[in-house]
Structure formats: C-alpha cells, structure tokens
Design a protein around this ligand. Structure first.
Ligand code: NI
Length: 180
C-alpha cells in the first residue's frame, strides 16, 4: 500500500471518463486499499480512481470518520439506477483547492456495484452518502462539482486559483468540511 497523489483541478486527467473493471483481482484490491489509505490521510469522505490518475471505474467512500472502516465502501463499476427528490449540499473536493459551493443533487439514490470479493451489491442512500455517491460517480465520468455550479462562479474561482498559484498561496490543501 502506498499513498497516492491526488490530482488537482485544472489537471486534465480529471476530465477523463473511467473504463469498467473486467476482472476483480488481487492487484485491484491492493489498489483499492491504497485509495482507502489516501482518502483517510487526506482526509476526505470519498475518492474516485480518476482523482489519482487511474482510469478504472472504482470509488471508495466512508462518510463515518468517527468510526473509520465501519461503513467503508469500496465500489467497483458503481452505477446509479434510481434517483429521487433533490437536495442542496455544500460540497468540497479533494481535487479542488480552497473552494466549496452549494450543489443541487438527488436527495436519494440507489446504486448498484460490485464488491472486492466479487459480490453484486445494491445500496439505498440519502444525505451525505447520497451526495458522496453522486459526486464520486461524477468523477468517474470526468466531471467535477465545479461543472455543476454557474459559469460565473466557476470563472471567479478559476481566476482566484490562478492568482493563488502565482502568489504561491495554493499549498495544495483543499479547504473546509465535506471533502468528497
Ligand atoms: Ni471530489
């Protein structure tokens, strides 16, 4: 296991769409463990393979940092099969430095995926878990939460980021609460 390097916006790798996993093997499991370690170290509640420059459709999520590991999810080829209602959530992202914004998401989702021990699972989620699932699955499609806010907000952030990078103030640390 090793800590993986989390790519940051505007790294173009974050715009690539991931490819479905065809074999769940030992190598994939080691990679998932490294993702989990990287997520806890960040710390964040979720991490998609795209964020560490890997093209496989896998994500790890743990919304319960009080009891690390207890509700840990390692999802292979996750897919949203139902969505319902809507919710506004203040989102941040491990790949987006120093920025959070309210994003509109489905309030509840049902997700199908495979587990590392090759079992199909079906999850019903609401609240932070529903938001985290939608956010991570977006990463696998090459999308950031920045793509779900207004163009003017995105543009303002982009300008502020450029300035921070120029002034050496972008230390690579994402800011606030729900980092997914
Ligand atoms: Ni994210």
């Amino acid at each position: 296991m090793a800590l993986l390097r989390i790519r940051k916006f505007p790294d173009p790798i974050l715009k690539t769409a991931a490819k479905p996993v065809e074999n769940i093997d030992g190598e994939l499991n080691l990679f998932l463990d490294s993702m989990v370690q990287t997520m806890y170290a960040a710390p964040g509640v979720g991490l998609a393979a795209t964020q560490v420059g890997d093209g496989r459709r896998v994500v790890v999520i743990d919304t319960d940092h009080e009891n690390p590991g207890k509700h840990l999810l390692k999802l292979i080829n996750p897919e949203i099969v139902e969505r319902d209602g809507s919710i506004l959530w203040e989102e941040g992202c491990l790949s987006v430095i120093d920025y959070t914004a309210e994003v509109k998401r489905a309030a509840r989702v049902r997700v199908r995926a495979w587990t590392p021990d090759q079992k199909p699972i079906d999850l019903d989620a609401d609240d932070l878990l529903a938001v985290a699932l939608q956010h991570e699955l977006d990463h696998l499609d090459g999308k950031l939460f920045l793509d779900r806010i207004s163009r003017i907000k995105r543009d303002l952030y982009r300008r502020r980021l450029t300035k921070m990078i120029k002034e050496g103030k972008a230390d690579g640390k994402p800011s606030s609460a729900a980092l997914i």
